[in-house]
Design a protein around this ligand. Structure first.
Ligand code: HEM
Length: 405
């Protein structure tokens, strides 16, 4: 069967940026595997839950973007190797080697020990906004919280936090200005500077190790000879970027979901024990990574009778799968009491989110503090008017979240 083809102009619309779920429903129903023409590259989108899970563990759908075929060129463009050749863009056994050593440094014990510090950062950020009666929660809270947490975990000096944050924000918000040329140049510049910064940073850590994850990684590599210098840099970049950007967007999306579903918010206020389940449901309902990072068909594969030719880019639409009525009753309804279902908001298979415990912990502390410290929290503009990342962004999140309380 030939695939339905969706032109970029019909897919990446302004309406899609505000609410992609009607489009996802249509894809799931009528074109569960379709070819979407993208602004930079075309990709086959897989949107049903069972197919999504199968695709995320399908060894024929490779993550090795830097291997033969050099697929990274289409996806990240040239010069991306210095930051992006990391575990997320590799297959086993490379992937296993890269992930194993980081998992050791990311031990649950170290993450759990962070809990009081995360609560302290949350309190410090909210101390600043609480007396004001209004805030822009992305920049005042949702972005700086995970950024501070991951920067401290990695060991980035405090004096550099703002600069590093600026560079990562250029990458996160790319495509949101009216000038794509300038946007692309700004992203390249930010990536280059971040690469130089992280390369120097890793060297400095080698000279003066401290109690942080990068020092642990360097020590483990010195003992076992497992990661090269450039792999240390790409791994640090992945932790830095994956470690704050998704969490920041999730906090924004979750806050909007709660504020626009007051009966659910009331349930959560009445029963704080609901919090862990609420976080999972909020992630299912409107997750920050709508499409898993790109896979490449290493051979011709077939899903739903559609042939996906070798060399094609494949996108697993996590947010469509998480609204599949075959798995979630009344899927477009936020229901914090929903029986915990097997959502794929943190991915599935070997690339399952490495930072899941940290993400859950940060989200629980942050959402709970927001509700307790900012009484009568409400949106300052209607939800449809919130400024969002552009439709073609790989991330789903807000540029601004103005609130009053
Ligand atoms: C991978 C989601 C927070 C580190 C992933 C994947 C998803 C995901 C869906 C798999 C991507 C794919 O298969 O293409 C999320 C969400 C988060 C979050 C929704 C917050 C709500 C974090 C945090 C860290 C982190 C706090 C901390 C460092 C990683 C890493 C990978 C990953 C290193 C790559 C794992 C691998 O390739 O083996 N995440 N993540 N994430 N995540 Fe997260």
């Amino acid at each position: 069967m030939t695939e339905p083809v969706v032109p970029a102009s019909e897919y990446y619309t302004d309406e899609f940026a505000v609410d992609p779920y009607p489009t996802f429903a249509e894809l799931r129903e009528n074109a569960p595997v379709c070819l979407v023409k993208g602004p930079r590259f075309d990709s086959y989108l897989i949107s049903r839950f069972d197919d999504a899970k199968a695709a995320l563990t399908d060894p024929r759908l490779s993550k090795d973007l830097y291997g033969p075929g050099q697929h990274y060129l289409r996806i990240f463009g040239p010069n991306s190797e210095a930051l992006n050749r990391n575990m997320l863009n590799s297959d086993p056994p490379e992937h296993s080697r890269l992930r194993r050593i980081v998992s050791q440094a990311f031990a649950p014990r170290r993450i759990e020990a962070l809990r009081p510090r995360v609560a302290q950062i949350v309190d410090e950020l909210l101390d600043k906004v609480a007396p004001r009666g209004e805030a822009e929660l992305m920049h005042d809270f949702a972005i700086p919280l995970p950024m501070k947490v991951i920067s401290e975990l990695i060991g980035i000096p405090k004096a550099d936090h703002d600069q590093v944050l600026d560079w990562t924000q250029v990458i996160r918000t790319s495509g949101s200005s009216k000038n794509p040329e300038r946007d692309r140049a700004a992203v390249q510049e930010a990536q280059l500077r971040l690469h130089h910064y992280l390369a120097d940073f890793v060297q400095a850590k080698r000279a003066r190790p401290a109690d942080d994850i990068v020092s642990d990684l360097i020590a483990a590599c010195d003992r076992q000879g497992t990661l090269s210098e450039s792999e240390l840099v790409t791994t640090t970049f992945l932790l830095l970027f994956a470690g704050h950007q998704t969490t920041a967007d999730f906090l924004g999306n979750a806050t909007v979901a709660l504020l626009t579903n007051p009966e659910q918010l009331a349930l959560l206020r009445a029963d704080p024990e609901l919090l862990p389940a609420a976080i999972e449901e909020l992630l299912r309902f409107d997750g920050p990574l709508p499409v898993a990072s790109p896979r490449i068909a290493a051979e011709d594969v077939e899903y739903q009778g559609v042939r996906i030719p070798r060399g094609s880019v494949v996108g697993v639409v996590i947010n469509a799968a998480n609204h599949d009525p075959a798995h979630f009753a009344d899927p477009d309804r936020l229901d914090l009491t929903r029986e915990r279902g097997p959502h794929i908001g943190f991915g599935h298979g070997v690339h399952y989110c490495l930072g899941v415990s940290l993400a859950r912990m940060e989200a629980q502390i942050a959402i709970s503090a927001l509700l307790h410290r900012l009484p009568d929290l409400r949106l300052a503009v209607p939800a449809e008017e919130l400024r969002r990342l552009p439709a073609a962004s790989p991330f789903r999140g807000l540029l601004e979240l103005p609130v009053r309380f």
